[in-house]
Ligand binder design. Structure first.
Ligand SMILES: [Zn+2]
Length: 312
C-alpha cells in the first residue's frame, strides 16, 4: 500500500512517501481503506519524538481517520466490508481494572492509532473492531475524519453543573439529599424534581459547566432551601482537561457545617453546645453527630480522598 512514513524523528522534512506492506489484521480487528485522515497535534509530537516514549520506526502517523471497511476479522460481526466508518482512536486492552471501569485512557496498555501503532497516513489501516463508529451520511469524509480524537478531548469538557454540585457536596461531606440551585449571570439552574416548582430554572443535569461560567465568572450555589447554605463560586482560571484529571482541594479553613444542622443560626447553636459539656443540649448534639466537634478542623487530605472518587 501507499503510505507517508518517517524513519527518524524530526520536522516535516522527515516525512516521505513510501510503498509498504499492507497491514495484516488480527481476528478482533478490521482493515479500513482510508478516505480522509485529519492532522492532529499528536502527529507533530510523535514525529518530533517524545521523551521516554519509544515509537517503532519506520512509523505511520494519523489518528483521526474515516474510511470504508475492506476486511473484518473472524471475531468482528457488527461491521461488514463496504461500511463507511470513523475510527475511535483510543486502543486499550479491554480487560484491566481501568478498562472495566470505563476509564480506558488509564489502561496500562493504552495506545492511540498513529501513536505507537501505525495510523492513517496510508491507504489502509488496521484497528480493533470495537473502535469502529458508523459515519453519518451527512458528513463528508473530511468532516468525519476531523472528529474522532478532538471529540474525546471535547467530551471531557462536558462537565455538567449537576456534576459540580456533587463535587461541592464531597467538599463539604454532605449527603446531597436536599435540593440545590445554581445561579449564573441571572439564570437559575436546578435539579429536575416534580415536587419543586422552579419557574425559569434550567436543569443542571443538562447544563454544561463551560456554558454556565462563560457569561458570568461568578456562580452562586444554594444547597438545601431550608438550611439555605449559600456559596459564591468564583472562576479564576479554566485549565485544559489534560492538565487536571481530578477535582482537587488546594486550600481551606474550618470544618464544614454538618448536613441538616439548621443553617447558620443552627450551626452557631451546635458549635456552642458541642464546646460546652454543661450546655443543656450537649449530650443530645453529641449523640446526633456521633463524635467530638472541632469547628477549626480542616483535613485537606481527607477531603481530597473523597474528591479522588470523581473523574472529570
Ligand atoms: Zn486495559
Amino acid at each position: 500500500m501507499k503510505a507517508v512514513i518517517f524513519r527518524q524523528h524530526g520536522g516535516p522534512e522527515v516525512l516521505e512517501p513510501a510503498e509498504v506492506p499492507d497491514p495484516k489484521i488480527r481476528p478482533h480487528e478490521v482493515l479500513v481503506e482510508v478516505r480522509a485522515c485529519a492532522l492532529n497535534h499528536l502527529d507533530v509530537w510523535v514525529r518530533g519524538g517524545l521523551p521516554g516514549i519509544n515509537i517503532p520506526l519506520p512509523h505511520i502517523l494519523g489518528d483521526d481517520i474515516a474510511g470504508v471497511v475492506r476486511e473484518v476479522g473472524a471475531l468482528v460481526n457488527w461491521v461488514k466490508p463496504g461500511d463507511e466508518v470513523m475510527l475511535h482512536p483510543g486502543v486499550s486492552c479491554g480487560h484491566c481494572a481501568a478498562c472495566l471501569r470505563g476509564e480506558d485512557n488509564f489502561c496500562p496498555e493504552y495506545d492511540i492509532l498513529g501513536y505507537r501503532r501505525d495510523g492513517g497516513y496510508a491507504t489502509l489501516v488496521a484497528a480493533p473492531g470495537t473502535n469502529v463508529v458508523p459515519k453519518p451520511k451527512t458528513l463528508s469524509w473530511e468532516a468525519a475524519a476531523a472528529l474522532p480524537l478532538v471529540t474525546l478531548t471535547a467530551w471531557h469538557m462536558l462537565i455538567t453543573l449537576a456534576r459540580l454540585h456533587l463535587v461541592i457536596q464531597a467538599l463539604f461531606q454532605w449527603s446531597g439529599g436536599h435540593l440545590h440551585e445554581f445561579n449564573a449571570g441571572g439564570q437559575r439552574y436546578g435539579a429536575a424534581d416534580p415536587d419543586y416548582d422552579a419557574p425559569g430554572s434550567v436543569q443542571s443535569e443538562r447544563t454544561k459547566l463551560m456554558s454556565a461560567i462563560t457569561p458570568s465568572r461568578t456562580i452562586e450555589y444554594v444547597y438545601d432551601f431550608g438550611d439555605y447554605w449559600q456559596h459564591r463560586i468564583k472562576v479564576e482560571k479554566v485549565l485544559s482537561p489534560s492538565e487536571l484529571k481530578l477535582p482537587v482541594c488546594i486550600a481551606g479553613a474550618n470544618a464544614a457545617p454538618p448536613d441538616d444542622c439548621g443553617g447558620v443560626p443552627g450551626y452557631e447553636d451546635f458549635v456552642q453546645a458541642m464546646a460546652n459539656p454543661k450546655h443543656p443540649e450537649h449530650a443530645q448534639m453529641k449523640e446526633w453527630i456521633g463524635r467530638e466537634w472541632d469547628p477549626a478542623e480542616f483535613d485537606i487530605e481527607h477531603i481530597n480522598r473523597w474528591l479522588a472518587e470523581f473523574k472529570l
